[in-house]
Design a protein around this ligand. Structure first.
Ligand code: GLU
Length: 561
């Protein structure tokens, strides 16, 4: 077969050679050990939590090593493309600390444009490049055209489907397909000419030289050493419209763009043999691969399930509405990514996560478990370290967008709101009440008369006369100017006069000797003043509410009992 001629027949308009293209993509001048990584999404929807995960790895590895992180839009499947998805995902990732040095970026007009010398960064704009390499593969007898029609392919796919469902003799069917494919390799130049003259569409297939009985040794940086069967499937490189498949496009792009580490989901692992073969055929150095396990979640029955698109927590855009701050989400991602992160955080409470020495070897080989409880814990920690002014500003900003009534209340007196958020903040052991900005309202809404309500009543076990007497007794001596000690001593005295001991030790030793203890008295006051059984420090609460409101609320309660 005259492959040179075949190549000319198939790609008459391609006059460049791979060397011409290579010359346009010089090697990157980077310091020793610098990693070049990329995020290569198909613009088909929102950013999934499982997408933020490998992207954070890519970001850390690139920036930690003085390398480059770039964004490539893999839009070769026009049917699945969602308009605006590329723009939206750039914005979302930026919220979570993933900013690209190069690649598809947002221009001033809000549309995606290219930045950097290794573009175009949208695969749909690179057809001419893929064709140069495709032509070369044909020239070298490593790829061939296949004129199977769409209908024939559909028929094959239908057989596949049926076989899968019945799961009968799948092996035999695969063998049959392979034989058919091999038969198609045997064509004459006249066949090709006739097809082309008739305007028949063709796909370009690789001429696979692998033997699945043989295994290739391979080291994935996450999964470790593995042996993968060689590829013998003549997979498609170019579809009939000339658009490349992911396999072919990523090999050409990652090579030309100088990617050192391909970081992607483990769903690509089964295709790895194809990719290794392709890099070899193209004469490219294979990049290092890191296949990241799927994020899992526990279902109601406690079984591990893949965190799917529709699961709560999957769509990164939802986190904003739920009131999570991006710093907390990033912090949580880091705890999932490296097993020693939490230990590092304890030793370095005030450092940015970017100072953590991220280590590929500390990554989980099997899937990480996504867990809202853990995210909330991490988030409470992160927020507890913020100062009152920051929390006030950020809760207000969030509320204005997602809870306008609450937003207006906060905004009407920012200094008052800041006093509330300052309770228990600062110091060695700050309060950890807020996991999200949305938690602020239930936590501190009672500070606003408009939002004050009783969450519950007093337990039946308490004598109503005692409650009344305690509330009234407190008001008799309450002085706003008292320091915390004096204030508490007065509460103790009121309790003691009613048979509720201030001596916790004595109470524990013999509870039957008392009606109760000072904690009960505090609870009587807490429920009256805040409407809740749990609240921030009552002394601070009363100071902020002011004597008039404290008195009103206690008197209202007295009337109700
Ligand atoms: N476009 C591919 C995807 O969205 C990218 C995989 C990769 O990172 O190479 O799954």
């Amino acid at each position: 077969m005259d492959y040179q001629r075949l190549a000319e027949l198939l790609f008459p308009n391609i006059d460049k050679l791979p060397a011409d293209i290579e010359a346009q993509y010089p090697r990157r001048e980077l310091p020793e050990g610098a990693k070049v990584t990329r995020f290569a999404p198909s613009p088909t929807g929102f950013v999934h939590f499982g997408g933020l995960f490998p992207t954070t790895v890519a970001e850390r590895l690139a920036h930690q090593s003085g390398g480059v992180l770039y964004l490539r839009i893999e839009d070769t499947d026009a049917k699945r493309e969602v308009p605006g998805a590329a723009e939206a995902l750039i914005k979302t990732l930026s919220v979570y600390g993933v900013d690209f040095d190069e690649g598809a970026i947002l221009g001033e007009d809000g549309k995606v444009c290219d930045k950097g010398a290794y573009g175009p960064y949208k695969q749909s704009k690179r057809a001419h490049i893929y064709h140069v390499f495709a032509k070369q593969l044909v020239r070298e007898g490593k790829a061939y055209p296949c004129f199977t029609t769409e209908e024939e392919l559909e028929e094959l796919a239908a057989v596949n489907k049926k076989e899968e469902i019945k799961n009968t003799d799948w092996q035999a069917e695969a063998e049959k397909r392979r034989a058919e494919m091999l038969a198609r390799r045997e064509f004459t130049m006249e066949d090709v000419e006739a097809h082309l003259a008739a305007g028949d569409p063709f796909v370009l297939r690789i001429l696979a030289d692998g033997d699945p009985e043989k295994k290739t040794k391979f080291t994935d940086l996450v999964k470790g050493n593995m042996e993968i069967p060689e590829n013998d499937e003549d997979f498609v490189l170019l579809k009939s419209d000339g658009i490349p498949t992911y396999h072919f496009a990523h090999a050409v792009d990652d090579h030309l763009m100088g990617t050192t580490h391909v970081i992607r989901g483990e769903e690509w692992l089964p295709s790895l043999a194809k990719h290794i073969q392709l890099f070899r055929y193209l004469g490219f150095k294979t990049p290092k691969y890191m296949h990241i396990a799927q994020i899992m979640r526990l279902d109601e029955a406690g079984n591990k399930k893949k965190l799917s698109k529709r699961d709560m927590g999957a769509n990164m855009d939802d986190y904003t509405g739920m009131g999570y701050c991006p710093e907390a989400v990033c912090e949580y991602v880091m705890t999932l990514l490296n097993s020693n992160y939490e230990e590092w955080r304890m030793q370095n409470p005030d450092k940015s996560y970017r100072e953590f020495p991220f280590n590929i070897k500390k990554m989980s080989v099997s899937g990480c478990l996504f867990d809202f409880n853990k995210l909330n814990d991490v988030s409470k920690n992160v927020i507890s370290k913020m100062d009152a002014a920051t929390v006030t500003a950020r809760v207000t900003e969030w509320a204005k967008q997602f809870d306008s009534e609450f937003g207006a209340l906060l905004e009407s007196d920012a200094a008052y709101a800041e006093k509330i958020f300052a309770i228990g903040r600062g110091g060695k052991k700050p309060r950890k009440d807020l996991a999200t900005w949305a938690d602020a309202k239930p936590y501190m809404g009672f500070f606003y008369d408009e939002l004050f309500s009783l969450e519950c009543g007093y337990d039946e076990k308490y004598d109503r006369a005692d409650i009344k007497a305690a509330l009234c007794g407190f008001l008799e001596t309450y002085d706003e100017g008292d320091d915390m000690n004096t204030w508490f001593e007065k509460i103790k005295a009121v309790g003691a006069s009613l048979g509720y001991t201030p001596d916790m030790k004595a109470y524990k030793a013999d509870p039957s000797a008392f009606k109760g203890n000072v904690a009960d008295i505090s609870m009587f006051l807490r429920l009256a003043v805040t409407g809740k059984l749990n609240s921030p420090d009552m002394y601070a609460v009363m100071q902020i509410l002011g004597k008039a409101r404290v008195t009103d609320r206690i008197m209202d309660m007295v009337k109700k009992i």
